[in-house]
Design a protein around this ligand. Sequence first.
Ligand SMILES: [Fe+2]
Length: 681
Amino acid sequence: MLQSVRWRRLSWQVALVCALAACGSPARSADGVLSRGPYLQMGTPDSMAILWRTEGPIRPTVRYGRSPDQLDHVVEDDGITVRVSPDQSNGDDLPRLHSAPEQTYQYEAQLTGLEAGTEYYYQVFDGERALAGGDADHRFATHPQPGQARPLRFWVVGDSGTGGKDQKLVHDAMRQFTGDQDRPLDLYVHVGDMAYGSGTDDQFQERFFEIYQPTLRNVVCWPAMGNHEGHTSKGETGVGPYYDAYRVPTRGEAGGAASGTEAYYAFDYGRVHFVCLDSHDLDRSPAGAMAQWLRADLEKTNADWLIAFWHHPPYTKGSHDSDRERQLVEMRTHVMPILESAGVDLVLTGHSHIYERSMLIDGAYATPTTAEGVVLDDGDGDPSGDGSYRKSAGLRPNEGAVQVVAGHGGAGLSRKGTMPVMKRILLEHGSVVVDVDGDALTAVMINKHGETRDLFQIVKRGEVSPQRIADPWRPEPPSPEEMRPPGKLPRVLVPKNAVQLVKPHEHWEYLAGEHPPEDWNEFDFHTEGWSSGRAGFGYGDDDDMTQLKGMRGKYSVVYTRTEFGEPPAAAGELGLVINYDDGFIAYLNGQEVQRVGVKKGSGTDAGKIDSHEADGYHYIPLPGARKHLRPDENLLAIEGHNRKIDSSDFTLDAYFIFVPQDEKEVVEEKAEKEARTEQEE
Ligand SMILES: [Fe+2]
């Protein structure tokens, strides 16, 4: 824990600096601007920490109260800890941040003596100058009294920290979901990899704080460190940008046993006990300090619900494999037995860039993981499907837990195989919202489009005698489509010996802003009134030869067609090479030969369009297409679809090739592999 530093001392130092520099203005603080936050940390029934950063020092003050118009309490002086960037030489007794930008002052205000289960509003000041808050958006609620049952809603996100579009969509989708239900979050659990690629201070700022700020000012984010944060922050020392960003309990301040470290900790919310572990860089053995603390903590709790979270999943075949990787194997074999003997209900992890959710399982410690004898309920846990999972009231040993891998918060998705204890495996971006209300815990997976893609419930009531299923339900082996994210194609190189039947940037006829008759994709169709232009077609991202300037906001489909002659007589395969945003359907002489990202219908009836950014040409072999060829003249037609009519961009850029069979060599493009490696480590 950090020493509290008096504003008086800082004020004196600033005054001295000013005096030495003979500066006329008394207030260096006038330059202070918010560079992070304000955001909340370490909520308890009677306290809350409010953190923020400024560029340059200020006179930090927080005012708070029960309504935005009545901020009748003040925290200043001793109630505010300050830490400064390493470049600051004045005041050697000010604690230092690890690697914050020059001139950074981080203020950590501790609000104490609050009423439990109560909503407060707050405002941050530099002296009398308001910096943030004082409105309806800057509020928080304290945790309920210890042991008091109270509905809890929390958000679970993992592997989000790219700063990219998918991360933002996932966050927006959660806010839309909770907003539509008028049921906001009570807290936020991040299971790690929140700042790619190395968890630096800048990456935290850009890829965590800036994106989640509207949520972070209202609820506490309780973090688990991921391997990417581990590049710059160390669990052993508790030093690094990750440890600068967060304040978590070390002395049992929020409930549970004192851990003496910020690397692992516990907290309570009413009847729910949370434990967070460091699966990355600490001893995971049963005799290690972390396991010893965990046992002591679990022994102490008398909660009704036990939820554990950390980064490396005990069960996964997403972008990582829990049968093969050490941290994952050790968390399964060393830590899961401790948690399950204490009655854990839910285990939340990330690391693997996928959503995987188990059946109700217990005792699956073997390597490789098998389903026989470890599944207690092989249904889907959905109250309107196979029914909720049932456990006895309170915490009873070994009555089953649900494992959720939520590594789908923004980073590139991938899947290696099928984990046999899983009930749902979804290769799409999203996050999880969990509600605990009395004796029921309900979790939903909301994808980045706001669709509910999974729902399960655990009900803990009365006495339940768990039965082990000798031969439980098992997930089907995945189809090739299920092995890759929707709308994504495997990136393959165009074979060197390919013959171009339709050349890149060829002239095509196109129809934009209206729909053609049904036979528009037939060879004999007359294209009266159509326009002509070079491929590709689109707008918004400066990559289109033919600009569709009137498209945005007006229409979402473009029809294109071009003719080509006789293909070579040799044995071989036709192939489409295409750069697209967001989806398309391709036809050869009126016959559909490929569709990507358009899940149903075509033309005016097309629906369920996946989002896909134009990211260069993809080569798609069309093995069955040759039978649709005409002997002399042929027609290639493609309809391109934008997911949303007001989308910021659209691209449809294709050419068409023939690959002689004997030299056909399709190689996975190195570039994509390299791009993925960083996020998949
Ligand atoms: Fe990771």
